[in-house]
Design a protein around this ligand. Structure first.
Ligand SMILES: [Zn+2]
Length: 266
């Protein structure tokens, strides 16, 4: 059951098996695996890879290469599982275009939040990224998730609408899970980044679900990052005072993205 809930939120990379010819092992099953940018990468002969990892001398170039490949693959899978989409495959702090003071300030705050994540995690300190569409909020949210995943944390970035869809689907007969399972799974992650807050209608069910998740994470002292196109007042009236208070506790910061869209000038 627990594995199932996890699968609903943390996608595994697509994999395709095909028959290929290995110079050493002859006709073998080969696989190609999805990369973060959505492309597929052929992995070559599985037996060759296993032998390079396990039977070559420890300090050989072959072993080093095989180990690096395995590590890159694990990282890729972890990032896909953390909800990083192909569109944000390259989204890091380094690739964020900050040309004006407000942009540099937003970047610095998000980078600092990721750099100090161990302390933020212990304090359950949250972050609110609010403001105009196309200012790179999801880019920076993805960069934070990336940093946490690189540090072996369990993080997820997900649009609020997807959480609602998965929770609603629990009501389908035979789904095998409840929306309470959804809340408990999301409450247990080291970092949860909820994107596109306020893009939904904000029905009683949607808001109740959102409040539940925010509240559970607050009770468990776990940090949440909220991303919304709503401004300060809009967000306040959308999620309400109580949830906003919870997110601001313990030094939770709000970063305003107040300039006009970067996509328009790009
Ligand atoms: Zn082979």
């Amino acid at each position: 059951m627990a594995a199932r809930i996890s699968d609903l939120f943390h996608r595994r990379p697509f994999m395709r098996i095909f028959s290929g010819e290995c110079a050493v092992h002859g006709q073998v099953d080969m696989t190609e695996v999805e990369q973060l940018d959505g492309s597929m990468l052929a992995r070559g002969c599985k037996r060759c890879a296993w032998e390079a990892l396990h039977t070559t001398p420890r300090d050989s170039a072959e072993r080093t290469l095989a180990t690096a490949q395995r590590k890159a693959e694990d990282t890729m899978a972890a990032l896909i599982g953390a909800g990083i989409t192909p569109r944000f495959a390259e989204a890091t702090f380094e690739s964020y275009r900050a040309e004006t003071d407000p942009q540099r300030k937003a970047l610095a705050k998000c980078r600092a939040y990721a750099d100090q994540f161990p302390a933020n995690f212990r304090a359950g300190r949250c972050l609110l990224l609010t403001g105009n569409v196309g200012c790179g909020k999801t880019h920076l949210g993805s960069a934070i998730v990336r940093a946490v995943v690189a540090d072996r944390g369990e993080a997820l970035i997900i649009p609020a609408g997807d959480i609602v869809s998965i929770a609603r689907a629990s009501m389908t007969p035979g789904s095998g899970y409840t929306d309470h399972d959804v809340v408990m799974h999301l409450a247990g992650l080291d970092l949860l980044v909820i994107d596109e807050i306020g893009c939904q209608k904000g029905s009683e069910y949607e808001l109740g679900l959102l409040h539940n998740i925010i509240d559970r994470r607050y009770q468990a002292v776990r940090p949440t990052v909220l991303i919304s196109n709503l401004g300060h007042d809009g967000l306040k009236s959308y999620i309400g005072d109580r949830a906003l208070d919870r997110l601001r506790q313990n030094g939770g910061q709000q970063v305003g993205f107040t300039w006009s869209s970067m996509r328009a000038v790009a």
